[in-house]
Design a protein around this ligand. Structure first.
Ligand code: SF4
Length: 390
């Protein structure tokens, strides 16, 4: 069909991956855990004839339960975790840099988009000290599921299969990176796209329209509004700013909507006042736009303290694994609006106020940027430019 014409390799892997998921679910020796990215819930409905921007979070959870996953969780939980680490890293680097330590590089650059990370490793191998070392929410989720959760529910790592549903094709390669495995056992075993999930639901004969709303399981299913907006351009840095502000000032941030960070221009910038320190933030979506900001860093002219980059136009809501939108920007904008309204409707809108995240640090992780987070939640980057190093 359509997909063969657009992305032949995507079509091939689509078939294989859904089969692997069905086999895992059918295997009684496996505990199969699924996580869903924020952008999926704003677009999945389109595969069932709903208008773009229809939020189907409850039906999505219900459909995954009907497909017989053992645990239905939310990548948003791990997005809150990513913010805990990334906001702490931003402040740590900022404090040391402003304190005169020039070995600490600024701007910090977000690293949750694997297409962007690949591009950075190939094209900017001289700038690998800049991206945040925080893993993406998907990978943080896998790591926590196969350690903390596995211990809690008494399942061995090898008996657990972690499936992710992502708006993204590049996530399939991300979960296969060897640094995200322990003794060859991946933290995230299988990644499906939004379209692949839709095809599974259709093949299982589930009447999506008639599903009653359901909730995600606890504890890795609880999240804040900050996590929800990860799915749109500008959302990661807005979520980070909400937490970093409070970490830095010790004061409550009353106005959580950083409107200056929102919008749709390919490159945007805004200044956020952190109790007297002006933090300059840059945002780029689309790799060509990102390259402009990276060239500034290379030349030493970058004005920013922090930069968010997403490879896809609009961020993950416009990802390559989403229902096709034929370049129609109004579809992307409707999906974006849906995420902002889900955020606005949440009681808790700052990642560090998620009670389950607090408990995870108290019970298991210790402090952000500490030893255990370093081992489980951070990563490193490699020169993949193919240039010869001495
Ligand atoms: Fe994937 Fe696109 Fe999101 Fe990057 S912006 S994580 S490539 S969907």
């Amino acid at each position: 069909g359509q997909c063969v014409a657009v992305c032949p390799t995507g079509a091939l892997s689509e078939k294989d991956e859904t089969g692997a998921v069905l086999r895992a679910i059918a295997d009684p020796a496996k505990t199969v855990v699924v996580q869903v990215a924020p952008a999926v819930r704003t677009a999945l409905g389109e595969e069932f004839g709903m208008a773009p921007g229809t939020l189907v979070t409850g039906k999505l959870a219900a459909a995954l339960r009907r497909l017989d996953f053992d645990y239905v969780f939310d990548t948003d939980f791990a997005a809150d975790l990513t913010i805990m680490e990334e906001a702490s890293e931003l402040l740590d680097r900022l404090t040391r840099h402003l304190g005169g330590d020039t070995s600490v590089k600024l701007p910090i650059i977000t690293s949750c988009c694997p297409a962007w990370v690949n591009h950075l490793e190939k094209r900017f191998p001289d700038l690998l000290d800049y991206p945040s070392t925080a893993r993406s929410p998907m990978q943080m989720f896998g790591s926590i599921a196969k350690s903390y959760l596995a211990e809690k529910i008494g399942v061995k790592r090898q008996e657990m299969v972690v499936v992710s549903v992502m708006p993204c094709v590049a996530k399939k390669a991300e979960c296969a990176r060897e640094e995200f495995a322990v003794d060859g056992n991946r933290d995230v075993d299988i990644t499906l796209t939004t379209r692949e999930l839709a095809s599974l639901i259709k093949r299982a004969n589930i009447d999506f329209h008639r599903l009653e709303d359901d909730d995600f399981d606890s504890p890795l299913g609880e999240s804040t509004g900050a996590a929800v907006i990860f799915g749109t351009t500008g959302g990661v840095i807005e979520a980070a700013a909400r937490s970093a502000y409070e970490f830095h000032t010790g004061e409550t941030l009353e106005e959580v909507d950083f409107k200056a960070l929102r919008g749709f221009d390919g490159i945007r910038s805004a200044t956020v006042d952190f109790a007297g320190i002006d933090i300059k933030i840059g945002i780029a979506h689309g790799l060509a736009n990102a390259r402009v900001l990276m060239e500034e860093i290379r030349k030493g002219t970058s004005p920013y303290h922090a930069i968010e980059v997403m490879a896809c136009p609009g961020g993950c809501i416009g990802g390559g694994g989403q229902p096709f939108h034929q370049g129609d920007e109004s579809v992307i904008k409707a999906r974006q609006q849906a995420l902002y309204s889900e955020d606005a409707g949440k009681v808790i809108r700052k990642s560090h106020e998620n009670p389950h995240i607090k408990k995870l640090y108290e019970e298991y992780l210790g402090e952000p940027l500490g030893e255990k987070p370093h081992a489980l939640l951070h990563t490193h980057y490699m020169d993949r430019s193919g240039r010869k190093t001495k």
